[in-house]
Each structure stands twice: as structure tokens, then as C-alpha cells.
Design a protein around this ligand. Structure first.
Ligand code: IPE
Ligand code: IPE
Ligand code: MG
Length: 248
């Protein structure tokens, strides 16, 4: 975990922050604007926060943009979200290059249009050697779906005789998730007041610190991000055992 100086104080920077970017709809409704406009503002804010996070030296970030349950939204809302994702993926090429960010989409892309799937592949390929930050964007992502797909792969290997059931370890499961190779998040931030995980990174968040704020995602700015990191700094992390050595 790296440290930075901020207003004469040391701030430990988490290695991996996961964010549930919630509240676009309510942000828009409060202003008598359509939900789709809330998503546009939310998307613009993602760009801001990604750049702030890269600037703060956060090595990994994972953001929830569309869940496997979000298909239950109205056709109109789905249509505007898909349109936004298509244009945002193109914009991400510039954001990735300007900030040296590697971008990866987690979740099951097979439900998306061919154009969107091609956009995902292009972005991942284009940004694969950038090293300043690693950003995972969860699109058509659900933890239960991710674990189910991973277990299916392991079962196929077992059926083919390539792995013995007794050799399946926790690491085997981790290695078959979309997040394989990425360290687990240290801090989860959920905006807009809901106190639940909504099927997000349930395996990976086993020991993350949880931070909830009432601020809706379009209003979550650098100062709010720093507030979340400060709260994380004040927590007493334990992992089931004694205090972390650095706290003793
Ligand atoms: C989060 O904002 C973005 C997506 C789920 C796509 P919401 O759309 O859930 O906004 P609220 O929760 O209705 O305010
Ligand atoms: C979780 O938010 C998904 C994203 C932020 C993309 P939701 O708004 O969909 O979650 P629920 O329905 O309130 O649990
Ligand atoms: Mg919501």
C-alpha cells in the first residue's frame, strides 16, 4: 500500500478500490430530468473519478456500470444505457491513453450487440500495456453469474480428467473468476445511500472495508473520494486475526 502527503497528513492509498456507482436515476429525478440524463452525468463523472484515482496513485479500480439484474429496467432505459456504453467505450480509448490506464471489462459480454462486443475487445487490446492504473468496468456483471461460469469451467476440467476434485483450492476458484490475477479490493464504496452489495464482487469483497455515502454518483467528486480513503485509513483492519502490524 503506497502513502501520499495530503494537507500535511499521511494517507495510505488502498491498492484496489471497488465502486458501486449508484444514484444516477435519483439524481436526475431530484432535478426533474430524465433518468437517461442522470446516466450521462454519471458517465462523465466516471471519467473524472478515474483520472483523480490515477492521479492519487490508486493501482486498481473496479466500477459497477451494469448488473445482470439491470436488464429488468425499462426498454427505454436499456436503450439509452447501451447507446451510452457504445460511445463511452470509444471515449475510453483516449482516457486510457492520456492517463496510461489499462482497461478491462468484467461480466458476460455475450448478451451485448456485436458492435459493443467489438468495442470492448478493441479497448482491452489497445490499453493492455498501459501501467499507471488497472481499471475494470463491470458490464452485465453479477457475482453469482461470474462464480457459476467459473465453476462450470472447473467442472469441465474435472470431467476431462485435467483436475482432481481434491486439488480444487480457494485459489482455483479465484483463478476462474473474471478478476483472475487482480488483487481483491481493500475498500468498497457505494454511493447514494443503499446498504447492500447488489450481486457485486461477493467472493472478492470477503475482507474489504465497506464505505457507504448518501452522495449520489454524479456528485461524488475528488473530495468525496479522499473522504472515503480517509475513513479507510481510520479503520482497524483485522482479517480475522490480530491488528495489522502497522497499527500495533
Ligand atoms: C446506477 O444508477 C447506474 C445503473 C444501475 C446503470 P441507478 O440507475 O441505479 O440510479 P437510482 O438508484 O435509480 O437512483
Ligand atoms: C447496482 O445498482 C448496479 C450498478 C450500480 C450498476 P442497482 O441500482 O442496480 O442496485 P439495486 O437494484 O438498488 O440493488
Ligand atoms: Mg440504483
Amino acid at each position: 500500500m503506497s502513502e501520499i502527503e495530503l494537507n500535511d497528513a499521511h494517507l495510505k492509498i488502498p491498492d484496489h478500490i471497488a465502486i458501486i456507482m449508484d444514484g444516477n436515476g435519483r439524481w436526475a429525478a431530484a432535478r426533474k430530468l430524465p433518468r437517461s440524463y442522470g446516466h450521462i452525468r454519471g458517465c462523465a463523472n466516471l471519467e473524472t473519478i478515474v483520472e483523480e484515482a490515477a492521479d492519487l496513485g490508486i493501482p486498481y479500480m473496479t466500477v459497477y456500470a451494469f448488473s445482470t439484474e439491470n436488464w429488468k429496467r425499462s426498454q427505454d432505459e436499456i436503450y439509452s444505457l447501451m447507446k451510452l456504453f457504445r460511445s463511452y467505450l470509444k471515449k475510453c480509448l483516449k482516457i486510457a491513453e492520456n492517463n496510461q490506464i489499462r482497461m478491462k471489462i468484467i461480466g458476460d459480454p455475450s448478451a451485448f450487440s456485436q458492435e459493443l462486443q467489438d468495442g470492448i475487445r478493441t479497448l482491452e487490446e489497445f490499453s493492455k500495456d498501459f501501467k499507471k492504473m488497472y481499471l475494470q468496468i463491470a458490464l452485465n456483471y453479477g457475482s453469482r453469474d461470474e462464480i457459476t461460469r467459473g465453476v462450470r469451467e472447473i467442472a469441465a476440467q474435472a470431467a476431462a480428467g485435467r483436475i482432481r476434485p481434491e486439488d480444487i483450492q480457494e485459489q482455483t476458484i479465484s483463478d476462474h473468476l473474471d478478476t483472475a490475477g487482480v488483487p481483491d479490493p481493500d475498500l468498497l464504496i457505494r454511493t447514494s445511500g443503499e446498504l447492500r452489495l447488489s450481486n457485486y464482487l461477493m467472493w472478492q469483497l470477503a475482507y474489504a472495508e465497506l464505505y457507504f455515502t448518501d452522495v449520489p454518483w454524479p456528485d461524488f467528486d475528488r473530495a468525496e473520494l479522499i473522504k472515503a480513503i480517509q475513513t479507510f485509513n481510520d479503520r482497524d483492519r483485522r482479517y480475522g486475526g490480530l491488528k495489522e502490524a502497522s497499527h500495533v
